[in-house]
Ligand binder design. Structure first.
Ligand SMILES: [Zn+2]
Length: 333
């Protein structure tokens, strides 16, 4: 049978964008060959105990709270979304800016941090509105806005999610990233950043590594609180979640503190647990896909059951994950 999910609406497959359809189409692999290769990649993952993944939740709309990680490094959280701020004489560096609704609270909290000053640089870990809500304010204030090129492309077009009809309007030019890159970059002696080409969450995910403090900001590639959105319309997929977390494990070490977009600061062990968890789920869903099952059957089979106590109701996550396999592995993609 043909499994023909296609990208339903969403942004145009723009010129220059890394297009997963093209990647899958290369070499004319059959779906079975791709699945076999993908399953082989996941098979080496050691199973571990689920991590403590739930955190002290914060009600949306609440004011910002701050956790200090180092003299000049802080996690500012508003509406349940984390922003990482580094202060210093050269100005503030932010990794993500919160949503538009929480932007004022975030920027006010950042301005009151010890050693704070004007925000000089803002990273967008990906295009989602929970991360890019301060872009316009900071862009107008002449901040440098750094993102992977695919993120800029998504922010310069309208996006629609077919699963719930939600639409996202393109950002005005001043709010779009004004410094983009493809693979890696260095901001200053302490800050290195890189692209996560696995398409874990979107096709424009980046990490920012504060090397001296050994803190790694990872956006939504790692969820510290609840199941993530598998945004296959802008390139994310469940296989990429396995690959993305494994890639982060190679950037980090045993002492690294990992700052996800949501939830508490995580440890290297937490990251390993997530790699294992997503590997297990990916393998189960791929097996079901290979047997010709559909998303409803995947949800009913409860492929995440041993993780649900930590991660919450999995139904939407499983459905999107399964659809993301269609989007990636369909032989006519
Ligand atoms: Zn996201």
């Amino acid at each position: 049978m043909y499994l023909s999910v296609r990208v339903l609406g969403g942004g145009p497959a723009g010129a220059g964008r890394l297009n997963y359809k093209r990647l899958v189409g290369q070499g004319r692999h059959t779906r079975r060959q791709l699945l076999k290769a993908a399953l082989g990649g996941a098979a080496g993952i050691a199973l571990g105990a689920p991590a403590r993944l739930l955190a002290a939740a914060q009600a949306p709309g609440a004011g910002a709270t701050t956790v200090q990680l180092a003299d000049d490094l802080f996690v500012v959280t508003a509406g349940g979304i984390n922003v990482l701020a580094r202060t210093g004489t050269g100005g503030v560096v932010l990794v993500d800016g919160g949503s538009a609704a929480t932007s004022d609270a975030v920027l006010k909290a950042v301005a009151s941090l010890p050693g704070s000053g004007p925000v000089r640089t803002l990273f967008n870990t990906h295009w989602h509105p929970e991360q890019t809500g301060s872009n316009e304010t900071l862009g107008k204030a002449s901040a440098q806005i750094i993102a992977q090129e695919n993120t800029r492309l998504w922010l310069s077009t309208d996006v629609k999610w077919p699963w719930n009809g939600q639409t996202f309007k393109r950002l005005p030019k001043v709010a779009q990233p004004n410094k983009t890159f493809y693979t890696t970059g260095v901001l200053d002696p302490d800050i290195k950043y890189g692209y996560l080409p696995d398409c874990a969450h979107t096709d424009g995910d980046l990490y920012v590594h504060f090397e001296r403090k050994n803190v790694l900001a990872v956006g939504d590639v790692v969820s510290g609180q609840g199941w993530p959105t598998v945004d296959y319309i802008t390139g994310g997929w469940i296989g990429g979640m396995v690959g993305g977390v494994q890639r982060l494990l190679a950037v980090a070490n045993e002492q690294t503190r990992i700052v996800p977009a949501r939830g508490p600061v995580l440890s290297f062990a937490d990251l390993k647990t997530q790699a294992s968890m997503y590997g297990t789920i990916y393998e189960r869903l791929s097996t079901m896909l290979n047997k010709g099952r559909g998303p409803g059957e995947a949800v009913a089979a409860k492929p995440t059951k041993e993780f649900d106590a930590q991660m919450g109701n999995p139904d939407e996550f499983v459905r999107r994950s399964f659809e993301s396999l269609w989007a990636y592995l369909s032989p006519d993609a």
